[in-house]
Write a protein that binds this ligand. Structure first.
Ligand code: SF4
Ligand code: SF4
Length: 494
């Protein structure tokens, strides 16, 4: 007869979960993941080092943009409303490009999830990466699972206290380093580092560094798997992206069951699972993959490494727990062959949407205007009648020059025959076109007066179009506005 037994700790977890029953609140069941070695672990280390290396080093990478300009490769300069990504400089008006990037990121995530499940969660999500790093520190200082469980169960000793103090000290150091690095994406890294340690940084810099230090420490050190299970919305709707052809970490029950622990008796029906619980103790979220696909599973594959070791030690074939699709597992159980189907309707749709979004974003980036025009009409007075009978309207004109060239800009107005323009503070004679200076990489503001001659007075409100031309590149842009006269003023609301 098949016998299934579980370890004391797993039994305790099971009992605590049963006690919680249907209650809305359940105490956290502390997870003590055991260290494992294997392919998944190696891939996780490699990705962790790459992600953290990039995160901490990027603010220090320099990028020459010419004199007087920031030389940080990636800089989100909120104070001056400029966002630098190597050669690319974005203005607040370009924020829709960022929205496009986010959409691309989301669709990429949909596509990857539909193909290979929650690998984002298990390998690259910041919560996973920092939690992994914090767990590594914990293991280094407090020992592996059994040692930590023993210490936590026993009365507090000096050995326990100094180990916990060192662990939390290192955690806080990493958290502070993480919070500080985050700030360096918003303020020049070398400058803010000096300012920070000499007490000359702004209050916001100190506040946000402390805030991000605290969130990193709490989320990666204390909350850990609870963020994935309770706080993150992604596990809730990822099932919409998965189908039975998506790869996921799965226990091959057709091969493992009935599980039998210990000595096997002659003629006893027994699968390959020796019910050792190694897959459960290795799991950072504390679940048993043998129960099937669960919301808590982040597809990290550590249970695969743990089980492979057990299979090797007991002389069985590896990959009792493996990456596979549910369809292939069902086929294997029935003794059939099921091919891998990466190309299927949902993956085609996601890939199509991703390709379209990438193309649209590339074209939009290439055609991004380098000049901008905004025209606000004066509300008071609505218009002025001059002694010679002509009408004058005032406008605030803003010229955005996104280039580094100090170009002359030519402003004209269409829709008002014979109109002349002048800058209010200047004494120049009104002319049909104005030549204005658009300072490089800045927004220049002018108050422009538009005058309609007595022989071309508009009746009521007249739509007009301001046109701005870059005198150097010839690039044009327009802005729609109105010119107002007395007929509208007396005849009804403008
Ligand atoms: S069940 Fe396996 S793949 Fe899922 S979270 Fe646990 S260790 Fe990772
Ligand atoms: S590690 Fe493998 S053999 Fe051990 S309980 Fe898990 S599935 Fe069974």
């Amino acid at each position: 007869m098949a016998v299934s037994r579980i370890s004391k700790n797993d039994r305790r977890i099971q009992l605590e979960r049963e006690e919680a029953g249907d209650h809305l609140y359940a105490n956290r069941v502390r997870v003590y993941p055991k260290a494992v070695h294997g392919m998944a672990r190696r891939v996780k280390w490699a990705i962790l080092i790459a992600c953290l290396g990039l995160y901490y080093v990027m603010p220090w990478v320099r990028w020459d943009r010419g004199p007087g300009r920031p030389n940080q490769a990636i800089l989100l300069d909120m104070a001056h409303e400029r966002y630098y990504f190597f050669n690319l400089e974005l203005w607040p008006q370009d924020i829709w490009l960022l929205a496009g990037l986010l959409i691309m990121g989301a669709v990429t995530l949909f596509l990857v999830t539909s193909l290979i499940g929650r690998v984002w969660c298990g390998y690259t999500c910041p919560q996973t990466v920092w939690t992994d790093l914090f767990m590594w520190v914990e293991r280094l200082v407090e020992g592996d699972r059994n040692e930590r469980m023993r210490r936590d169960a026993e009365p507090v000793t000096f050995d326990t206290v100094w180990r916990k103090a060192v662990k939390h000290g290192v955690w806080l150091f990493i958290a502070f380093w993480t919070g500080g690095a985050w700030i360096m994406y918003y303020v020049d890294a070398p400058t803010v580092t000096v300012q920070f340690w000499t007490g000359h940084a702004s209050a916001q810099v100190y506040f946000f560094t402390l805030l991000f230090t605290a969130t990193t420490y709490v989320l990666a050190g204390w909350a850990r798997e609870q963020v994935c299970t309770y706080m993150c919305p992604w596990p809730r709707f990822q099932s919409a992206m998965l189908d039975d052809q998506s790869f996921t970490v799965t226990y091959q029950s057709w091969r493992g069951e009935p599980r039998v622990r210990g000595k096997r008796h002659e003629g006893e029906a027994a699968g390959d699972c020796v019910d050792c619980g190694a897959c459960v103790t290795a799991c950072p979220t504390g679940i048993d993959i043998r129960d099937g696909i669960q919301l808590e599973c982040i597809n990290c594959g550590l249970c695969i490494d743990a089980c492979n070791h057990v299979m090797e030690r007991t002389g069985r074939d590896r990959w009792l727990i493996t990456w596979d699709t549910l369809a292939r597992q069902a086929a294997k159980k029935a003794g059939r062959f099921e091919p891998i189907r990466l190309i299927r309707p949902r993956s085609i749709i996601y890939a199509g949407v991703l390709l379209a979004a990438m193309s649209a974003l590339t074209v939009a980036l290439a055609l991004r205007p380098t000049i901008g025009l905004s025209v606000q009409r004066d509300r008071a007075p609505l218009f002025v009648t001059l002694p010679d009978g002509s009408l004058r309207n005032g406008y605030t004109v803003k010229i955005a020059n996104k280039t580094q060239a100090d170009s002359p800009f030519v402003l004209s107005v269409a829709g008002l025959p014979g109109a002349v323009l002048t800058v209010s503070e200047e004494s120049a004679k009104p002319a049909p076109v104005l030549t204005l200076r658009g300072a490089p990489d800045q927004v220049s503001t002018y108050r422009v007066l538009v005058t309609a001659r007595p022989d071309h007075l508009p009746e009521g409100t007249l739509p007009v179009i301001f046109e701005l031309r870059d005198g150097t590149s010839g690039e044009r842009t327009t802005y729609k506005s109105i010119f107002m006269g007395p007929a509208t003023y007396n005849g009804g609301p403008p």
